[in-house]
Design a protein around this ligand. Structure first.
Ligand SMILES: Nc1ncnc2c1ncn2[C@@H]1O[C@H](COP(=O)(O)OP(=O)(O)OP(=O)(O)O)[C@@H](O)[C@H]1O
Ligand SMILES: [Mg+2]
Length: 116
């Protein structure tokens, strides 16, 4: 395995000042692997609430109403392949600011339309 400790440290540091961290990178560069590592180090299993893999139709459907789905969640939220949402940033800007502990990792590809 290519060692990714420096990148993991950067992501942890980014969460100390930001609620949302966006992980961008070309296809197959290891975004999902990093996301899963972060999830595991937060003591979570892949089946636990808050990890969304939008390659999965079930997870994609669950974010059709992002406010309902995301509001009750606390702690780390990971949305992998977020570019599959019609309005990728909508779910997160709608998160209530009172949940100060919410931290979100976007794991997505580097397509320009996503970050435009
Ligand atoms: N640190 C690493 N060292 C070596 N191989 C790795 C590492 N991280 C991921 N890989 C391997 O690279 C491949 C792609 O990893 P991963 O699925 O995490 O990438 P991705 O960026 O999420 O891909 P995609 O763009 O398709 O979503 C996998 O076969 C994985 O096992
Ligand atoms: Mg991936």
């Amino acid at each position: 395995m290519i060692e990714r400790n420096e990148l993991l440290t950067k992501i942890r540091d980014a969460f100390s000042v930001n609620r949302i961290v966006c992980l961008l990178g070309p296809r197959q560069c290891g975004k999902t692997t990093i996301a899963r590592e972060l999830w595991a180090e937060n003591g979570k299993k892949i089946s636990d609430e808050g990890y969304f893999d939008l390659e999965s139709p079930v997870d994609l459907e669950s974010l059709e109403n992002p406010e309902l789905t995301l509001k009750p969640l606390e702690g780390l939220i990971i949305i992998d392949e977020i570019q599959k949402l019609p309005r990728p940033f909508f779910p997160v800007v709608k998160l209530p600011s009172r949940i100060a502990s919410v931290a979100t990792v976007f794991v997505k590809d580097s397509s320009k339309e996503v970050i435009a």
